[in-house]
Write a protein that binds this ligand. Structure first.
Ligand SMILES: CC(C)(COP(=O)(O)OP(=O)(O)OC[C@H]1O[C@@H](n2cnc3c(N)ncnc32)[C@H](O)[C@@H]1OP(=O)(O)O)[C@@H](O)C(=O)NCCC(=O)NCCS
Length: 137
């Protein structure tokens, strides 16, 4: 991703269910772009338009150590089913491997049944089902 992609990435984040403005995405990308533990990759259509993005993040916890996680993935509705999602995940996997990691985790809302089939098709296995909690401070 580059800064100029912010509007298209914001559009797709909104499609994913996370309403975001161009300015918000530009700010968040600005905070991520130079970090070694984060990578945002975009997929481009033949006309150069952004048709998908993936956010990869390396997380490090006491109980599991370092691993790569897919923190966001979306492909524009008209571009789905054409291999863009797979290409983005494979690019994310290459980045994780090149960062020395051998495991990728992805958490996906229980309602995203099609995404679950997609991940399973790409070799990902369900390891558990969780509840997510939030508290406003
Ligand atoms: C999930 C998503 C990223 C998949 O991207 P995509 O570009 O449509 O998927 P691809 O065309 O790359 O599919 C790759 C492979 O998975 C298979 N696949 C994709 N969706 C599938 C489904 N619902 N059931 C079974 N197989 C599926 C494809 O047939 C293809 O198989 P092949 O490589 O053997 O030809 C896309 O549908 C999307 O953005 N969905 C909405 C947002 C979302 O749910 N994101 C995930 C959040 S965790």
């Amino acid at each position: 991703m580059q800064a100029r992609d912010a509007a298209a990435v914001a559009d797709l984040a909104t499609q994913l269910g996370y309403p975001s403005s161009e300015v918000e995405i530009a700010d968040r990308f600005g905070a991520l772009k130079d970090r070694r533990d984060a990578r945002v990759l975009v997929g481009e259509g033949s006309n150069g338009a952004i048709v998908g993005w993936i956010h990869m993040q390396i997380t490090e916890s006491l109980e599991s150590g370092a691993r790569a996680e897919i923190w966001g993935l979306v492909v524009a509705e008209p571009a789905r089913g054409a291999g863009v999602g797979k290409a983005l995940v494979e690019a994310g996997e290459r980045w994780a491997l090149s960062s020395g990691l051998k495991v990728i985790v992805v958490r996906s809302n229980t309602i995203r049944l099609e995404a679950h089939k997609f991940y399973e098709h790409l070799g990902y296995q369900v390891i558990k089902t969780q509840k997510a909690f939030r508290k406003r401070l």
